[in-house]
Write a protein that binds this ligand. Structure first.
Ligand SMILES: Cc1ncc(COP(=O)(O)O)c(C=O)c1O
Length: 349
């Protein structure tokens, strides 16, 4: 049976927060963008790119709860890591700075990192993270475990950002559904679809929130990387159900209930697509909202495609959850410049 918004909020409020994120984030109606897509579907953007911490993004909402757990455990340092242009790592570095903790980033010395210090990697440095770049063939997780030992030997209390943080981050995105509902109500609107770029927790949390409240909304996730769809949905259902358990909800998600696709990834993770860059420029030029090249522009290209093919039918309202990632724009300047019709006129007199 569905529970009320108040009861769900109370279940989330049992977890300690850091108050790192500026919440609620805005829900922006996007009339010019909607019009440019034919004017038959209303698109709104939930601005989780504006969560407020060092260029924001979905990780700041997630860390609000995940690092609440770290603080409650008395942690003095956090350890995490991903790709060199990771938005997660950048927001972790900023959160640690704000909380007065050390931050060790065990990132990959990947292609982008070898191109030089830009975008998120530049910000990681500005934010004072201790950056370790793992070369090909070295196991990233083993390096993280070694850093835990190293910090412990130095008398620190390290917190390795792992599965518990992912699950708490998923809980944070259950809370995002409550925010969206309150904002829609104030706008006298109803959503038919909630769409988002999706890795682990964001889509899982949104789908769980929609299900537990018994809402007639379809949640659609757009993966940034290629992979087996069935396996991806099983992983998402697992994390959603771990969050449901933590929240003591009696609802569970089945993998088959989830809508998640990698159809808009293009060649691979981190490689821009024509459709993604078109979506990025269209939203920028109609609404002044920036998408990123790796996650949110590809996801938005999926939303646009579904509107144009009628898979998202006329008369629908779509809430697109913008998960951030904008600093990567600077690291992708060469791709943006070669795709764009950028004109700069030289004035010589
Ligand atoms: C901009 C952006 N959007 C979406 C995601 C996916 O987030 P999640 O893993 O919570 O689904 C990430 C992180 O990996 C991200 O940086």
């Amino acid at each position: 049976m569905a529970i009320t918004c108040e009861d769900l909020q109370a279940a989330i409020d049992r977890f300690p927060r850091t108050e790192l994120a500026d919440l609620p984030t805005r829900l922006d109606d996007c009339p010019r963008f909607s019009e440019a897509l034919g004017g038959k579907v209303r698109v709104m953007v939930k601005r989780d790119d504006l969560t407020g911490l060092a260029f924001g993004g979905n990780k700041t909402r997630k860390f609000d709860l995940a690092l609440g757990d770290a603080v409650a455990q008395g942690a003095t340092a956090i350890i995490t890591g991903a790709a060199s242009q990771s938005n997660h790592a950048r927001q972790a570095a900023a959160a640690a700075a704000r909380l007065g903790m050390k931050c060790v980033l065990v990132n990959r010395h990947d292609h982008r990192s070898q191109m030089g210090i830009q975008g998120n990697q530049l910000l990681d440095n500005i934010l004072g993270a201790d950056i370790r770049l793992v070369v090909d063939g070295v196991n990233q997780n083993e390096v993280k475990e070694r850093v835990v030992e190293e910090l412990t030997a130095q008398g620190e209390k390290p917190y390795l950002i792992g599965q518990r943080a992912v699950v708490l981050g998923t809980v944070a995105y259950v809370g995002c559904v409550l925010e969206i509902l309150a904002q829609l109500e104030a706008m006298d609107a109803q959503a038919d679809f909630i769409c988002t770029a999706s890795g682990h927790g964001t889509h899982a949390g949104l789908a769980l929130g929609v299900k537990v409240l018994g809402l007639p909304i379809r949640t659609q996730g757009f993966s940034p990387s290629k992979g087996d769809e069935a396996q991806r949905k099983v992983r998402l259902a697992e994390v959603a159900n771990e969050a449901a358990e933590l929240l003591e909800l009696d609802v569970r998600l089945r993998a088959e209930e989830l809508e998640n696709t990698d159809a808009y990834v293009g060649e691979n993770y981190g490689i821009v697509t024509e459709a993604g860059l078109n979506a990025l420029h269209l939203l920028a030029r109609t609404e002044g909202i920036l998408l990123d090249p790796v996650y949110t522009s590809k996801a938005m290209s999926g939303v646009i495609d579904r509107i144009q093919t009628g898979e998202i039918p006329e008369g629908s309202t779509v809430v697109y959850v913008h998960t951030g990632g904008n600093p990567a724009l600077f690291a992708y300047a060469p791709e943006l410049i070669s795709h764009g019709d950028y004109r700069q006129n030289l004035v010589t007199s």
